[in-house]
Design a protein around this ligand. Structure first.
Ligand code: NDP
Length: 254
């Protein structure tokens, strides 16, 4: 279907070597986009690359740390060398350090904010001139239930994920004139490496998530393939600055 066809488009997915990022990359690849996936871990990059190549689309993996400006520059330069264009950016790489608010060291705080918020900002700034060149662009930022709610163990994470929603709105207003749409996706509780750690560390979390989620299950990375395709495609050309939950109803449960 033309509206959702991404053939000829090039997408960079940060943190595309696992979890939600890989789920989104799969969707984008199946819709015909060429893919650049990034992460710091070379082995994870290689495994994800091999998996995505099976889709029959062009894929490359770049080892990059999005908290580092030079690393982000290299990621975009390699994208241009390999594919010569950039149409879609998914700012998905993220991390969490669980502490009571009074316990964060400055270094821990910076790690979370730099990965989840500043890293996305660096990638957006570098993507902007490349999107201007092709005359359009789609930016998908990943928020969280912590963009809406608070939790005692997630002060830094919630600050970064609340920030990404407001950052999304600011970019959307600035770049609409350039035909660049910027939206945020807020996943619910999704079974990935990140939450497997949380499940092990927070007693009763698994049961609480199940009880509160109307869909009656944890999400899986594949649940994010459809929203990625929608927000990357022509189908969403008049949607910008939005936040869309992908949470099985978690956030509307009273
Ligand atoms: P994972 O831990 O499975 O994936 C995180 C990804 O980010 C990995 O690919 C990791 O790759 C990459 N990454 C982390 N730090 C950096 C960095 N400094 N530079 C480059 N890449 C980095 O977690 P999820 O898939 O769960 O998380 C993906 C996104 O979704 C995050 O933004 C997270 O906050 C968000 N989210 C997740 C939810 C969930 O329930 N799972 C709920 C709501 C939001 P590598 O290790 O190779 O660097």
């Amino acid at each position: 279907m033309r509206l959702f066809n991404l053939a000829g488009n090039v997408a960079v997915v940060t943190g595309g070597n696992g979890g939600i990022g890989l789920g989104m990359a799969r969707g984008l690849g199946e819709a015909g986009a060429s893919l650049v996936i990034t992460g710091r871990n070379k082995d994870k990059n290689k495994t994800a690359l091999e998996e995505l190549q099976k889709l029959g689309t062009e894929v490359c993996a770049v080892t990059a740390d999005i908290t580092d400006l030079e690393s982000c520059r290299r990621m975009m330069a390699e994208t241009m060398e390999r594919f010569g264009r950039l149409d879609i950016l998914v700012n998905n790489a993220g991390t969490n350090i669980r502490r009571q608010p009074q316990e964060y060291t400055l270094e821990e705080w910076h790690t979370v904010i730099n990965t989840n918020l500043t890293g996305a900002m660096l990638c957006c700034q570098l993507a902007y001139p490349l999107m201007l060149k092709v005359g359009h662009g789609k930016i998908i930022n990943i928020g969280s239930m912590m963009s809406i709610f608070g939790a005692p163990f997630a002060a830094a994470y919630a600050a970064s994920k609340g920030g990404i929603v407001q950052y999304t709105k600011a970019l959307a207003t600035a770049w609409a004139k350039d035909n660049i749409q910027v939206n945020a996706v807020l996943p619910g509780w999704i079974d990935t490496e990140l939450t497997r750690r949380a499940k092990a560390e927070i007693e009763g979390l698994h049961e609480r998530v199940l009880a509160r989620t109307p869909a009656g299950r944890w999400g899986i990375p594949e649940d994010h393939a459809g929203i990625a395709v929608f927000l990357a495609s022509e189908a969403s050309d008049f949607i910008t600055g939005s936040t869309i939950t992908v949470d099985g109803g978690y956030s509307i449960q009273a």
